[in-house]
Structures are given as structure tokens and as C-alpha cells.
Write a protein that binds this ligand. Structure first.
Ligand SMILES: [Zn+2]
Length: 144
């Protein structure tokens, strides 16, 4: 006898003590309850949002210095794009959730992330300088 059936019988016994049930009703009741308990337990096991410790460890290793490995297909790239993930029927958020990657972690190899942030800083500096220059040039043209 499986656990669901045992539990269902216990519930049926409790039910039978509070209301009058004939044999058929009791059997039907037990069958229904056992099936429901089973499907609840099985849907719990199939929880897709919970990455296993193994998956998380694999995901952590997938973002390397010069490449990122797509955990879905094992392909090596510099950046895992949304376009690539669409082939697997998911977006970056779903991918990160599935593999237990923090949502603020970019799916980009480490050196590109660093390069990008230095380039951003350089660009901001350049923009500041450039806009000042433009103003000065503008002043010149006005005075000329
Ligand atoms: Zn892939």
C-alpha cells in the first residue's frame, strides 16, 4: 500500500466519523484523495524554478575570463545574447533563474565586462571634455 493511499484512508476515516458515508462513497473518496495527494506531491517534485546545487556550481563555472558557456547547449561565446537564448525558448531572466545566476550578473565573459566598464568611464570623461570643447568652439564661432 502506498503512502498516498494510507493518508487518504486516514482522511476518509476522519470524514466517516463526522458524516455518514456508505462503502461506495468511502472508496470513491479514498481514490480521489489518494490521486490528488499524488498529483500534488508530483507537481512539487517537478518544480522547474529550483536549480540544484550542481546546476548552480556549473553556472558559476560557465562565466570565464574570456568566454561564457551556454548552459543549455554547451556553446562557447563571449556574450550570451537574448537572441541566442530565444533558441532555447527562454530569455536572460528565465535562464538566470533556471541556473541560479544572480539577475545582476551579466552573461558576458569577465574581461569584456571589465573592458566595457573602463570604456564607459573613458567615454564619460571624453564626453565631458568634448562637450566643454564644443561650448568653447561654439563661443568662438559666435565671436567671429
Ligand atoms: Zn545555447
Amino acid at each position: 500500500m502506498n503512502d498516498y493511499l494510507k493518508e487518504a484512508i486516514a482522511i476518509a476515516q476522519a470524514q466517516a466519523s463526522v458524516r455518514v458515508m456508505n462503502e461506495e462513497e468511502i472508496i470513491l473518496f479514498i481514490q480521489n484523495v489518494a490521486n490528488n495527494l499524488k498529483s500534488i506531491a508530483e507537481s512539487d517534485e517537478k518544480e522547474p524554478d529550483m536549480p540544484t546545487a550542481e546546476m548552480i556550481a556549473q553556472a558559476r563555472k560557465s562565466i570565464k575570463e574570456k568566454e561564457v558557456i551556454c548552459l543549455e547547449c554547451g556553446k562557447t561565446m563571449k556574450v550570451i545574447t537574448d537572441r541566442h537564448l530565444r533558441q532555447h525558448g527562454m530569455d536572460a531572466a528565465q535562464y538566470k533563474k533556471k541556473w541560479g545566476i544572480h539577475k545582476r550578473v551579466p552573461l558576458t565573459c569577465k574581461y569584456l565586462v571589465r573592458e566595457r566598464s573602463t570604456r564607459m568611464q573613458a567615454m564619460q570623461l571624453w564626453e565631458k571634455r568634448h562637450s566643454r570643447q564644443e561650448m568653447e568652439e561654439h563661443d568662438d564661432s559666435q565671436s567671429a
